[in-house]
Design a binder for this molecule. Structure first.
Ligand SMILES: Nc1ncnc2c1ncn2[C@@H]1O[C@H](COP(=O)(O)OP(=O)(O)OP(=O)(O)O)[C@@H](O)[C@H]1O
Length: 269
């Protein structure tokens, strides 16, 4: 375990370019910058590059709860991958101190041929937990998932929703120092999602650092207190969640964030 004061993520003028070797340069020259996607340019050797991230300076300490908002292709997932240590910056630098649990796709690391019980352990180990820790958590994950005897059956016999239940049970059981969450948590029935949200909130509370990309303002307001607006690979705005969502999406969206925050306060009281 890293001491909580040592858990941190720093980037200094970090940028990421994706070289695209098979792009047709000629037709791209005429392209104008659309609302979606990173900037398309060319490097010194005239290869087309997508400038997915530029000039990212972030200094996140224990307790940071940061949401990412922005258009499709703005760079949110790329930033999450940079902060998770999955991508190296192609410019500047990035330093991650602490054990990272990257949750990009709920189903990643699940094996269709082994049982639900076995998958609980394997998936947890992918997220940085030990086998022994996962075995201790198996009963409560089984209870949460409500999958009963299915947990002894191979995963390939599960429906999509059943798989999500299991994956959500595992993901929300871990004890991460740095939790990197991409959205896409949602293919379950409303009643179950309510139960999952309570667990997700508890997960965030015991995480050192959270960075969460989502198009759901309600979800962002529930889990984060700060937001970054990512636009064409840059941080366009950094501030309180209500302020940033309001600037990005307008007063109606800010109002709905305010309502979620007020409901959370009322629940606490
Ligand atoms: N592996 C890759 N190769 C080339 N370009 C990529 C790659 N991954 C992302 N990009 C480009 O980088 C830019 C940022 O993409 P990214 O997936 O980070 O956006 P995003 O904000 O997460 O979008 P969304 O909300 O649609 O998920 C886009 O222009 C995308 O086309």
């Amino acid at each position: 375990m890293t001491k909580s004061t040592d858990i941190r993520v720093d980037t200094w003028d970090a940028g990421i370019d994706f070289p695209i070797f098979d792009a047709k340069t000629r037709s791209l020259k005429k392209a104008v910058l659309g609302a979606a996607g990173g900037v398309i340019g060319a490097n010194n050797s005239k290869t087309v590059v997508v400038e997915a991230l530029r000039d990212i300076n972030l200094h996140l300490e224990h307790g940071a709860r940061v949401g990412l908002v922005g258009h499709n292709g703005a760079g949110k997932s790329t930033l999450l991958r940079l902060l998770a240590g999955i991508y190296e910056p192609t410019q500047g630098a990035c330093r991650v101190q602490g054990r990272v649990a990257p949750v990009f796709d709920l189903g990643v690391g699940m094996d269709p041929e082994i049982s639900g019980y076995e998958n609980i352990v394997i998936r947890g180990m992918f997220l940085g937990m030990s086998k022994r820790e996962m075995l201790k958590k198996t009963d409560e994950i089984a209870e949460f998932s409500e999958l009963g005897d299915y947990l002894n059956m191979p995963l390939r016999t599960y429906s999509t929703g059943m798989r999500v239940r299991l994956a959500l049970g595992v993901v929300t059981s871990i004890d991460p120092e740095i939790l990197i969450l991409d959205e896409g948590i949602g293919a379950v029935d409303a009643e179950f999602m309510k139960k999952a949200r309570t667990r997700l909130q508890a997960l965030v509370e015991r995480s050192g650092i959270l960075v969460f990309a989502s198009h759901s303002n309600e979800f962002l307001a529930q889990l984060c207190d700060r937001a970054l607006w990512i636009d064409h690979g840059k941080v366009r705005m950094d501030g309180g969640i209500e302020e940033v969502v309001g600037a990005y999406e307008g007063p109606e969206a800010a109002r709905s964030v305010r309502k979620v925050l007020a409901d959370l306060e009322a629940d606490k009281a």
